[in-house]
Design a protein around this ligand. Structure first.
Ligand SMILES: C[S@@+](CC[C@H](N)C(=O)[O-])C[C@H]1O[C@@H](n2cnc3c(N)ncnc32)[C@H](O)[C@@H]1O
Length: 246
């Protein structure tokens, strides 16, 4: 007999085919963040995100050390308050944050009288170039958000177009979140890495990102799948010679 969990998951998968399922997923995400602010366990993280003078953490120190000084950084799917610190080697970093729920998040902040040091802008990852100028970022970062997108591959193409030549996309995600979360809410995509191959699977499709973009690296740590995509220093403005821009 089919287990209850498996049945629940199959029903969720069937339900998620409908457009209103995405809208419901976004409402659930908003509710998550509304509760997040009021949970005392998040107090120190909230204080860090609100601090305009918070120094970057170790990961960001390493990332920014590899970039030109005054590098321009974009945090895609940043949530209401980007988790990236604001100061690197005594200087304020040039940081932009974007999210599909930005207007709703900004209302959550206003209701609590909170002033974000970097206000999140509205830009669905699938249409970044409509909202931000191509070839203007040295680093496009996305943590725990690309796997919430409705179309992660389209989103990657958009991120790529925003990169300056020589720039890099840096992705940090939990492996197989759709499986882990049993396809609840926005969790419809599994990200994984095996032998340096970065894969995205869900909704009946599977992409090997290394086959679609050039200069991809991927590794799986105990907790995370970390992938990078570099744009060649000399490049035509196309996401990849292997993907059509149509
Ligand atoms: C789990 S939160 C992660 C937030 C933040 N990156 C962090 O690590 O704290 C996922 C975020 O992805 C956003 N998101 C989901 N789909 C998106 C899309 N298509 N474009 C932009 N943001 C999206 C959600 O609104 C949410 O803020």
């Amino acid at each position: 007999m089919m287990g209850r969990m498996r049945l629940k998951r199959l029903l969720r998968k069937a339900y998620n085919v409908f457009p209103w399922a995405r809208r419901r997923g976004l409402r659930m995400e908003l509710l998550y963040w509304d509760n997040w602010f009021d949970d005392p366990r998040n107090a120190s993280e909230l204080a860090y995100r609100l601090d305009p003078d918070a120094p970057v953490d170790e990961v960001w120190d390493r990332l920014l050390s590899a970039l030109p000084t005054q590098a321009r950084v974009l945090d895609v799917g940043a949530g209401p308050l980007t988790a990236i610190g604001k100061i690197f080697r005594g200087e304020r970093i040039d940081l932009v944050a974007s999210d599909v729920l930005a207007p709703e998040y900004n209302r959550l902040l206003a209701n609590r009288d909170l002033k974000p040091p970097v206000r999140t802008l509205y830009a669905p990852s699938e249409e970044l170039v409509r909202h931000l100028s191509p070839r203007t970022f040295h680093l496009v970062y996305c943590r725990n958000a690309l796997d919430h997108a409705s179309d992660p591959l389209q989103s990657l193409q958009e991120m790529y177009r925003l990169l300056e030549p020589g720039g890099m996309i840096y992705l940090s995600h939990y492996p197989n979140e759709a499986d882990h979360q049993q396809n609840a809410g926005l969790h419809q995509w599994n990200f994984n890495c095996r032998d340096g191959q970065f894969t995205i699977s869900g909704k009946g499709t599977r992409y090997v990102v290394n086959d679609l973009f050039e200069h991809v690296t991927a590794l799986r740590t105990e907790e995370l799948v970390i992938a990078t995509i570099r744009k060649a220093a000399v490049s035509v403005d196309s996401p990849s010679s292997r993907i059509s821009l149509a």
